[in-house]
Design a protein around this ligand. Sequence first.
Ligand code: FES
Length: 104
Amino acid sequence: VTIKFIEHNGTEHTISAETEQSVMQAALSANIPGIDADCGGACACATCHTYIDAPWASKFSPPEVLEQDLLECALEVTSSSRLSCQLHLTEELDGLVVHLPASQ
Ligand code: FES
């Protein structure tokens, strides 16, 4: 699937990623700047914070309690905030647009 990451400064990176991985893993393999993912995807660090806007937001399962709690530790959280390690890629997500925060 194709994913477009847009940095806070507007720089765009379009990558192609395999399904069966998380948005965080796809970003790390493509060296996308701005995703630290310190905990390696265990939903324990909140440094994989991203923003997912409509219409894409509704294509993911809503955040579980653990993700909701951890998001409170992220900076500049909005209603579009998600932890990208909890976002699993499927074919349906081809063309996904992910916005990156100014910092983690
Ligand atoms: Fe740590 Fe997502 S990588 S919470």
